[in-house]
Design a binder for this molecule. Structure first.
Ligand SMILES: [Zn+2]
Length: 254
């Protein structure tokens, strides 16, 4: 299958769905990556790995490295500029021109014969406006041009999650996947995003009251909502059928 991982910033692919993406590549599927920005407005690291002006170029290289670790087929950028974080940590979207972005997404889907789309969820995970833009545009494009396209959103809500603050409260999880078999690939991909390491470990270090390393914050459980499509294609993949991967189903299917 041709799969598209469509995200707002470098590192979203790894931290939100690196396990599933690595698994799909490992089982012979073509995973294409389309990233809206180069994360120019993000943090430069602690200590900084570069200046703010250099960050876009650095994060492009970091994502190239991560896509390699996850076994991706191709990586493309949409050249939007990621705005700097404002006062009081206010975050902004990279565009308000949903028409232009819709066209770019639709063209990519057509050109690469995409059969499965994986994107941000309906609450932008922690409410990031750039993530919300990606969700809204994906919904628009599917509704208007590809009504049968299979679409999964990341970080879907389920009870007793280890990281509830990062889940999309309005998306019920259809699948919770044990990605421990590809934890090494996911960790190596996270290590590629060197400029973001301080950010990755900040909240857990604070919670535990000691410095933690990147490997310690890599989740081995990922959850997905089946947002659109005629059949839940992940369910029919051989590796998944053997129940090696999916560990829980939606309540009404059990
Ligand atoms: Zn992001």
């Amino acid at each position: 299958m041709n799969i598209l991982a469509f995200f707002a910033h470098p590192d979203d692919e790894t931290m939100l769905s690196g396990g599933l993406l690595a698994l799909l590549s490992k089982t012979g599927h073509n995973v294409h990556y389309l990233c809206c920005t180069r994360g120019e407005g993000g943090e430069c690291g602690d200590p900084p790995v570069c200046t703010q002006e250099q960050l876009g170029k650095i994060r492009e290289l970091e994502l190239t490295c991560a896509v390699q670790e996850l076994g991706g087929k191709s990586l493309n950028f949409l050249d939007y500029l990621d705005p700097l974080i404002g006062a009081d940590n206010t975050m902004f979207s990279f565009t308000h021109d949903l028409g232009k972005l819709s066209m770019e997404l639709a063209n990519f889907i057509k050109k690469n014969e995409i059969e499965v789309l994986i994107t941000h969820g309906s609450d932008g995970e922690y409410g990031h406006p750039g993530h919300l833009t990606v969700f809204q545009v994906t919904r628009l494009v599917i509704k208007s041009k590809f009504p049968k396209l299979n679409w999964y959103t990341v970080q879907a809500f389920y009870e007793n999650s280890l990281k509830p603050h990062l889940l999309n409260k309005n998306d019920r999880a259809d699948w919770i996947i044990d990605v421990s078999s590809v934890r090494n690939e996911k960790t190596r991909a996270a290590l590629c995003h060197k400029s973001q390491h301080a950010l990755f470990v900040r909240s857990k270090s604070k919670d535990l009251g000691r410095p933690v390393n990147v490997a310690e914050v890599i989740a081995s459980e990922e959850s997905y909502s089946f947002a659109n499509g005629e059949r839940d294609v992940l369910k029919n993949l051989p590796a998944f059928k053997e129940k090696l991967i999916f560990i829980r189903k939606k309540d009404d299917e059990i």
